[in-house]
Design a protein around this ligand. Structure first.
Ligand SMILES: [Fe+2]
Length: 199
């Protein structure tokens, strides 16, 4: 099954800055994503994107929401239409005249699967958080205190242990961090510090 998108242009530049409202995005999220584990993952990535945009990029509220929305909807079609991932959500957002940067971020969140290279900082951070937060969340589930008291060295150990969360590709994590130009340690510390529990 190929998920290659076979195109590199998404959305319409005339829609720059357009977003769904939070209520619209949440309605789409709740209708499309039924699996609670996937819901949690998408909310965690959204939370990390919003916090990174605010704290590290110094972006305003409107831009923070654009980053958050990309995170919130990046896997929206994975649950019910895995063979159409992420073509279906891209087409939905294009029809709804959403900012092309948000659509491009979703289209490039798995360059090895979709064949679209992350270009902007938003693209690169979505790819990075998607990969790394999955592994850190798996680690939190095996710790009695969850995220509480989690340390960088523990995460680094799990990263080296190939059998742990074996479905999370270490190569993709390295690739994502390199593309973002941020050290793995800084990213791990940021994710731990946010303790992205279910909200
Ligand atoms: Fe994801």
């Amino acid at each position: 099954m190929s998920l290659l998108l076979s195109r590199t242009n998404f959305g319409d530049v005339a829609n720059k800055g357009n977003t769904l409202s939070r209520a619209e995005a949440e309605t789409l999220f709740n209708e499309w994503v039924l699996n609670p584990r996937l819901q949690l993952h998408m909310k965690q990535v959204a939370y990390l994107m919003q916090n990174w945009a605010k704290e590290k990029e110094g972006l305003n509220d409107a831009d923070q929401w654009r980053w958050e929305m990309a995170g919130l909807l990046h896997d929206a079609d994975w649950d019910q239409w895995p063979q159409l991932h992420c073509k279906k959500i891209i087409e939905e957002l294009e029809q709804r005249n959403v900012d092309p940067e948000i659509i491009h971020a979703i289209a490039s969140h798995g360059p090895n699967h979709f064949g679209v290279e992350p270009e902007t900082k938003m693209d690169k951070m979505l790819f990075t958080f998607d990969e790394l937060s999955g592994l850190i969340h798996a680690y939190s589930l095996m710790r009695p205190g969850g995220y509480d008291g989690m340390e960088l060295k523990g995460v680094r150990k799990r990263l080296k242990e190939k059998s742990f969360a074996a479905n999370v590709s270490r190569e993709e994590i390295n690739d994502a961090c390199n593309r973002a130009g941020i050290t793995q340690d800084e990213l791990i510390n940021f994710i731990i510090s946010k303790q992205p529990d279910a909200k």
